[in-house]
Design a binder for this molecule. Structure first.
Ligand code: C2E
Ligand code: MG
Ligand code: MG
Ligand code: MG
Length: 292
């Protein structure tokens, strides 16, 4: 199970700008406690390949179950963790926990898959980030090709050069770098080509359904074509229907994740899916040419 976060590590923080909001302050106090009390957990959402239909990776997603507040969504507590600096010890814990889990799956001889972890802006500002990830991978015995990180465009802005250095160093090890939530930020073509990125994750707001107007599909297709021209793979996020999956497959999208295939699950549940060889029905994916 989850290891405790070091008590001494939880004190790294700076004053937050919204200290006067009582609800926010209560959440901050609760989050500080959560890190000590093992209320945080990682769940894993499968990412499937749209040619074979197989699970090729999982994304680690934080889950917080508070004794009285119940489930608190990451979109509520991650920003607080960012502002207070709590994201540093929490992010360290996520990295350790995810690497341990992936190493355990590797040792168990499960079909190879990639474990992807969301990084935060603050983590990217740590000078030794890439070296520490390298150390974690080496210590666990996890093949770096079975590990990945997800970053967003906005995260790279504060210290672009250092962020790019980290990403380059990680890629040199074989770690896959994904650009998360693509389409929600600046997303210019000239910017994208400057980024050391292996996978573009199309934000779910840009993932059309079968009923979507043709223009929407054209935009998605343009992103896919552009990414492929930059030698990047494309993963579509938030796929909730069979129709979306089929449409993405027909438009040469490489991978997808979303509730239609599976929401984020406990490690045990993911393990069961892997052992059972769960996959998308190949008939739905249709015949696709592999060349581009
Ligand atoms: P994200 O990295 O873009 O993660 C995808 C989010 O979409 C997750 O929300 C996931 O549960 C949700 N999702 C997956 N499939 C579907 C779908 O079919 N439909 C819809 N509507 N949503 C879907 P979640 O778990 O609430 O996480 C929200 C955000 O919090 C993440 O967005 C990520 O930015 C952040 N986050 C989560 N875990 C971590 C972490 O360990 N570290 C950091 N720094 N951020 C994290
Ligand atoms: Mg992500
Ligand atoms: Mg995303
Ligand atoms: Mg996000």
């Amino acid at each position: 199970q989850a290891k405790r976060l070091g008590r001494n590590q939880v004190s790294v923080y700076t004053r937050a700008p919204h200290d006067d909001d009582p609800q926010r302050l209560a959440l901050e106090t609760a989050l500080r406690q959560a890190s000590r009390d093992e209320q945080l957990e990682l769940h894993y959402q499968p990412q499937v390949d749209l040619v074979q239909g197989r699970i090729v990776g999982v994304e680690a997603l934080l889950r917080w179950q508070h004794p009285t507040l119940g489930h608190v969504a990451p979109d509520r507590f991650i920003p607080i963790a960012e502002e207070t600096g709590l994201i540093v010890p929490i992010g360290d814990w996520v990295l350790r926990r995810a690497v341990e889990q992936a190493a355990a799956w590797q040792r168990a001889g499960l079909p190879p898959l990639r474990m992807a972890v969301n990084l935060s802006a603050r983590q990217l500002l740590q000078q030794d980030l890439a070296r520490r990830i390298e150390g974690l991978l080496a210590a666990s015995g996890l093949d770096p090709r079975r590990f990945g990180v997800e970053v967003t465009e906005s995260m790279l802005i504060t210290n672009f050069d250092q962020a790019v250095q980290h990403l380059r160093a990680l890629r040199a090890l074989g770690v896959e770098v994904s650009l998360d939530d693509f389409g929600t930020g600046y997303s210019s073509l000239s910017y994208l080509r400057r980024l050391p990125v292996d996978v573009v994750k199309i934000d779910r707001s840009l993932v059309p359904d079968v009923t979507a107007p043709a223009e929407d599909v054209s935009i998605t297709r343009a992103i896919i074509t552009m990414a492929h021209q930059l030698q990047m793979k494309v993963l579509a996020e938030g796929v909730e229907s069979e129709g979306q999956a089929a449409l993405l497959a027909a438009n040469q999208c490489d991978q997808m994740q979303g509730w239609w295939f599976s929401a984020a699950q406990s490690a045990a549940a993911v393990e069961t899916m892997l052992r059972e060889g769960r996959r998308v029905d190949p008939a739905l994916l249709g015949r696709r040419s592999r060349e581009r």
